[in-house]
Design a protein around this ligand. Structure first.
Ligand SMILES: Nc1ncnc2c1ncn2[C@@H]1O[C@H](COP(=O)(O)OP(=O)(O)O)[C@@H](O)[C@H]1O
Ligand SMILES: [Mg+2]
Length: 286
């Protein structure tokens, strides 16, 4: 099927490197350029992306009121097509939450908890890993210019669905030895997927995050990453910025700050430039 929507997933097999932060900020950066953007949170029931946009309490209210069906875990179910044809447009509409930063979001749901195990019960590997791709092909493509999916910081059946559906990974990495190994491991994993299934998942972007260029080590790693991942390195690194943390705690991105600090300004710039580069790479790989 011809894909008319750019897709990418934020992923690294490690927690805390900035996957959720990057999905949120790259999404808003693309929306600033006029794109229609959908974010999908597959990173776990804690709902980090919805929290990042200050809409988690609304989602939680629906969950508490048992008004939370269908939800993101429903689209992985075998009977999704029947559900969707019965509900019509409302099926997809009711999954989507609007944010006040110009991006739409399909938030996480407690059902994600058992999703990995549920998918594990599907015998056929292709079927097990392609449920999300089918959903995007049938129900999301054409409605948005770009879909960004936030994945768990570990490799499981849900992660595989995200990689298959997007074929493109954005990996936020901190400037340290462990992350450097993780990036190498990621490349190896992607090659394995290609060998095993003939599914070609590209490393679309390595995004150095939380960079403190005052330290020599960070600068050295930055150079090293740039050389090793010449075709994938982001045009700008994202600086370590307390404003990013604070804004997230307040339920917004640094783009929504009225008086951004210098580092927040630089973070904005880095996300804007990286988003433009990502858009270009995704367009070329389509
Ligand atoms: N550039 C940055 N500067 C400062 N704090 C950051 C930056 N990027 C992310 N953080 C913070 O680091 C923590 C982990 O980021 P997060 O995006 O949740 O990582 P992941 O999704 O990979 O687990 C969060 O508290 C987030 O606000
Ligand atoms: Mg996360």
């Amino acid at each position: 099927m011809a894909v008319s929507t750019n897709r990418a997933a934020t992923f690294l097999d490690k927690g805390g490197t900035g996957k959720t932060t990057s999905a949120a900020h790259l999404g808003v950066a693309l929306a600033e350029t006029g794109e229609d953007v959908l974010l999908i949170d597959l990173a776990g029931k804690q709902g980090d992306l919805a929290k990042h946009f200050g809409v988690w309490s609304d989602v939680q209210t629906e969950i508490d009121a048992d008004d939370d069906w269908p939800n993101i875990s429903t689209v992985f179910a075998e009977e999704w097509d029947q559900i969707a044809s019965k509900l019509g447009d409302a099926a997809v509409d009711s999954l989507i939450v609007e944010t006040d930063e110009g991006v739409d979001l399909i938030p996480a749901h407690p059902g994600l908890d058992s999703l990995d195990a549920d998918l594990g019960n599907i015998d056929d590997a292709r079927e097990r890993y392609s449920r999300l791709e089918r959903f995007l092909d049938e129900y999301i493509d054409g409605r948005y210019d770009t879909v960004l999916i936030d994945l768990p910081g570990l490799t499981n059946n849900v992660t595989y669905n995200g990689l298959w559906a997007t074929r493109n990974v954005v990996a936020p990495v901190e400037m340290g030895p462990f992350e450097s190994e993780q990036a190498t491991a990621l490349e190896r994993d992607l090659e394995k997927i290609d060998d095993q299934f003939g599914v070609d998942v590209d490393l679309a972007m390595i995004l150095p995050n939380k960079v403190d260029t005052r330290t020599k080590l960070a600068t050295e790693y930055l150079e090293g990453f740039g050389e090793e991942y010449e075709g994938a390195i982001a045009p700008e690194h994202v600086p370590a910025s307390q404003d990013i943390r604070n804004a997230a705690d307040e339920g917004r991105t640094v783009f929504a700050l009225e008086e951004p600090s210098t580092t927040a300004e630089r973070a904005r710039e880095a996300f804007l430039e990286s988003a433009a580069k990502l858009q270009q790479r995704l367009g070329e790989s389509r």
